[in-house]
Design a protein around this ligand. Structure first.
Ligand SMILES: NC(=O)c1ccc[n+]([C@@H]2O[C@H](COP(=O)([O-])OP(=O)(O)OC[C@H]3O[C@@H](n4cnc5c(N)ncnc54)[C@H](OP(=O)(O)O)[C@@H]3O)[C@@H](O)[C@H]2O)c1
Length: 281
């Protein structure tokens, strides 16, 4: 058995800590890295890069929202003979024009390593651990996507896919779109979450209402317009078609939003974030 650890970046975060947990559950050694992990890794501190990369051959690569994947870091990984890179990316980035993730994908594809890109759909966990949590607690979520259906995906499934890709052959040089089993509009998703949370969750999907609310909130107008244009492009794609990536790669059905919401329901009732699936960083 290969005892070389797999480097997992973002190991305290929603995705990385689940990837680390899935690997550990298969007795695969993990080098958990982030600013607050056992291995300190900071995108803003290049002195932390080589210690994180030295002696590893496989890596789960993610950068937090707004942070680019530094090409020099990927170049260093190649110099240090990292053979496999699995990159967390996002669905529809080409249509939205997400230059940060498009550039990350390009750098990884050209690294010389065996690469796999995981383009995940909207995370279920946005509702309890991520950017929608406050909206759930406040009772209203605004996302300017109208009734367009999205294939929300559970991070346990994204992590299970990542762990498989990192530990078995046959996934190299591929882009996997990772979706949940069913596409729901945000209105439908809010009804599911509201029922599980035991508090109503209204949905506002109109771009004009979104614009007015964000500007009243004090956000710069050009930033809000850019966001609305990206959402309009996503809406232009129409309803998302759920894919079979999760069952195909993991051999298990993808978790539904209802299953996720039932498991996370305690977090909205107590006001505490749910740590389900966490085994520590
Ligand atoms: N939300 C969605 O629906 C969705 C869908 C598809 C793709 N994505 C992508 O998923 C990514 C976010 O993943 P996530 O939800 O797991 O993020 P997250 O929960 O916010 O976790 C971010 C991780 O990055 C680490 N980190 C923060 N700043 C860092 C720095 N300067 N240097 C090194 N590590 C740093 C954090 O740990 P420390 O604080 O310990 O450093 C943490 O482990 C983004 O790239 C986003 O585009 C999101």
């Amino acid at each position: 058995m290969d005892t070389t650890p797999i480097l997992v970046l973002g190991a305290t975060g929603s995705v990385g800590r689940r990837v680390a947990a899935h690997l550990r559950s298969q007795d695969v050694p993990v080098r958990a890295a982030s600013r607050h992990s056992a291995t300190r890794f900071d995108w803003d501190d290049e002195s932390t890069w080589e210690p994180a990369l030295s002696g590893i051959s496989r890596m789960f690569l993610m950068a937090p929202d707004g942070v680019p994947v530094a090409p020099d870091f990927v170049g260093l990984a190649a110099d240090l003979k990292v053979e496999q890179i699995v990159l967390l990316s996002s669905r529809a980035i080409d249509v939205i024009g997400d230059q940060r993730l498009l550039e990350a994908e390009r750098v990884v594809r050209e690294s010389g390593a065996d690469w796999t890109v995981l383009r995940a759909d909207w995370f279920d966990q946005n509702f309890d651990e991520g950017p929608f949590r406050e909206a759930v607690l406040a009772g209203e979520l605004a996302v300017p996507l109208g009734d367009c259906r999205q294939a929300f995906v559970d991070l346990e499934d994204v992590a299970a896919v990542a762990a498989r890709v990192l530990t078995e052959p046959g996934h190299g040089d591929r882009v996997y779109e990772v979706t949940g089993p069913r596409a729901l509009s945000f209105g439908e998703a809010c009804a599911v979450i509201g029922a599980a949370a035991g508090r109503p969750l209204a949905y506002e999907g109109d771009p004009d209402a979104y614009r007015a609310a964000q500007i009243a909130f004090g956000r710069p107008e050009d930033e809000v317009e850019g966001e609305i244009a990206a959402f309009a492009a996503l809406r232009g794609l129409g309803d998302t078609e759920p894919l079979d990536t999760v069952p195909r790669v993991t051999g298990r059905p993808a978790r539904t939003l209802e299953e996720y919401a039932a498991a996370a329901s305690g977090s909205w009732r107590t006001g505490e974030a749910d740590g389900a699936g966490e085994t520590g960083a």
